[in-house]
Ligand binder design. Structure first.
Ligand SMILES: *[C@@H]1O[C@H](CO)[C@@H](O)[C@H](O)[C@H]1NC(C)=O
Ligand SMILES: *[C@@H]1O[C@H](CO)[C@@H](O)[C@H](O)[C@H]1NC(C)=O
Ligand SMILES: *[C@@H]1O[C@H](CO)[C@@H](O)[C@H](O)[C@H]1NC(C)=O
Ligand SMILES: *[C@@H]1O[C@H](CO)[C@@H](O)[C@H](O)[C@H]1NC(C)=O
Ligand SMILES: *[C@@H]1O[C@H](CO)[C@@H](O)[C@H](O)[C@H]1NC(C)=O
Ligand SMILES: *[C@@H]1O[C@H](CO)[C@@H](O)[C@H](O)[C@H]1NC(C)=O
Length: 358
């Protein structure tokens, strides 16, 4: 049996040892300081609200020879190539949050849980990247339903929670601090976000304004949708061109090279210049279809807006040739026929007629 003073001395000794371990573990993991952020050292000190990101419109709607797809490549390839905002539309399929296009019978891109697992895997192997999600909450699931799926994917703990429900562009943290804190997933939702229940599902329109969507003619830079002050908010340009097939707007892949280009009529570069001239600053997000058309031009436009160089470490994906349903050498009489068979147009057109295709 130790005396009281011996026990006190032993306890003091043990505490000293313990405190050394605590100090040692602190010394071993100082706050990380990212030196490269989203591919560039120059972006680490830049506010998230002062960076231009390329986004994939309907990122989950992948495939060729379909009226209802907007991308040729899956989200892993999209992110590897430089897409840093993934836009998606959710639907209620028997109670499950599912990524469908307009309706699940038209295009079913699988459950959100599978999609988010892919996002998590990608973030894990790309620790110096900040990624945004933009959810179009078509069937009005409550934020708590999303929270459960984010938790299941392990993405709740990687999600950035702003200090308040809305913030002007200038108040957003730097990419470096987002990366250092490990909170490098920024999620926006167009409807039913609630800061008081799930604060990391951020209300889109009190933070971001958008230009018109479903454009079939020329891109402008007008404020189409917002619920805030567009002079201080971040903003998003919907730079994807539709054309009419049997009276319904569908993605116009035949123009995608030009639409995505750095310069020229109706190009991404042209819309960006127009926006800079009207707003005095670049858009934060540029949503495109078939992002790889243009051979990386969409990323060149973003890099140039950010004042950094575009230097991909590996070549980006190339457009997937569409199958031709016609035997003739020219598709001039029906440009869409290269991508979609007449039959599929006929079969799906009634669905488009009834439902607005975003
Ligand atoms: C970021 O800014 C801080 C000072 O505000 C500076 O010490 C640091 O070197 C900068 N980092 C980069 C990567 O430019
Ligand atoms: C995504 O696409 C790439 C090719 O671009 C392919 O290698 C990969 O297997 C795909 N991933 C899934 C989950 O289908
Ligand atoms: C989703 O659909 C199911 C029926 O399939 C319904 O019970 C549930 O209330 C719906 N959820 C929402 C958020 O509307
Ligand atoms: C927003 O854009 C949509 C589609 O382009 C259009 O139908 C709508 O009238 C626009 N609304 C405003 C307020 O500009
Ligand atoms: C787009 O550009 C690529 C590369 O120059 C070319 O191979 C492809 O045929 C073009 N596609 C269209 C639809 O113009
Ligand atoms: C970032 O700030 C610079 C300098 O004010 C500006 O030229 C640029 O357009 C801004 N970019 C964004 C996305 O706000």
């Amino acid at each position: 049996m130790l005396s009281f003073s011996a026990r006190a001395a032993l306890l003091a000794f043990l505490l000293l040892i313990a405190s050394c371990f605590v100090d040692a573990s602190r010394a071993q993991s100082p706050p990380r300081r990212a030196t490269t952020c989203n591919g560039s050292p120059d972006l680490c000190n830049r506010s998230f609200g002062n960076v231009t990101f390329v986004g994939a419109h309907d990122s989950y709607a992948v495939g060729v020879n379909s009226l209802a797809t907007n991308q040729d490549y899956n989200i892993t390839q999209q992110m590897n190539d430089g897409i840093r905002m993934l836009q998606m539309q959710t639907h209620n399929l028997s109670g499950v949050i599912q990524l469908c296009h307009t309706s699940c019978s038209l295009y079913n891109g699988g459950p959100l849980s599978t999609y988010l697992a892919t996002v998590k895997s990608w973030l894990n192997v790309n620790p110096n990247e900040v990624l945004s999600l933009l959810i179009v909450n078509s069937d009005d699931f409550p934020p708590t339903a999303y929270d459960a799926v984010f938790k299941g994917a392990g993405l709740d703990t990687m999600s950035y929670t702003p200090p308040s429900a809305s913030m002007p562009a200038s108040q957003w943290p730097t990419l470096g601090s987002l990366i250092d804190s490990g909170k490098r997933l920024i999620t926006f939702m167009d409807a039913s976000a609630d800061f008081n229940t799930v604060p990391y599902i951020i209300d889109e329109f009190i933070n971001i304004w958008e230009t018109p969507f479903d454009v079939t003619t020329t891109f402008d830079c007008s404020v189409n949708r917002t619920q805030g002050d567009s002079s201080t908010q971040m903003y998003l340009i919907n730079h994807f061109l539709d054309s009419f097939v049997l009276g319904q707007p569908v993605p116009d892949v035949s123009q995608a090279n030009q639409t995505n280009a750095a310069s020229g009529q109706n190009s991404l570069g042209q819309q960006l210049s127009l926006c800079v001239s009207e707003n005095g600053r670049s858009p934060n997000f540029m949503l495109v279809d078939f992002y790889e058309y243009g051979g990386g031009s969409v990323f060149e436009v973003a890099a140039s807006a950010n004042g950094v160089s575009y230097s991909p470490t590996t070549p980006i994906a190339t457009p997937i040739p569409t199958s031709s349903s016609t035997t003739g050498s020219s598709n001039d009489a029906m440009p869409m026929s290269a991508r979609w068979s007449v039959a599929s147009v006929m079969v799906t057109s009634f669905t488009f007629a009834a439902l607005h295709l975003l």
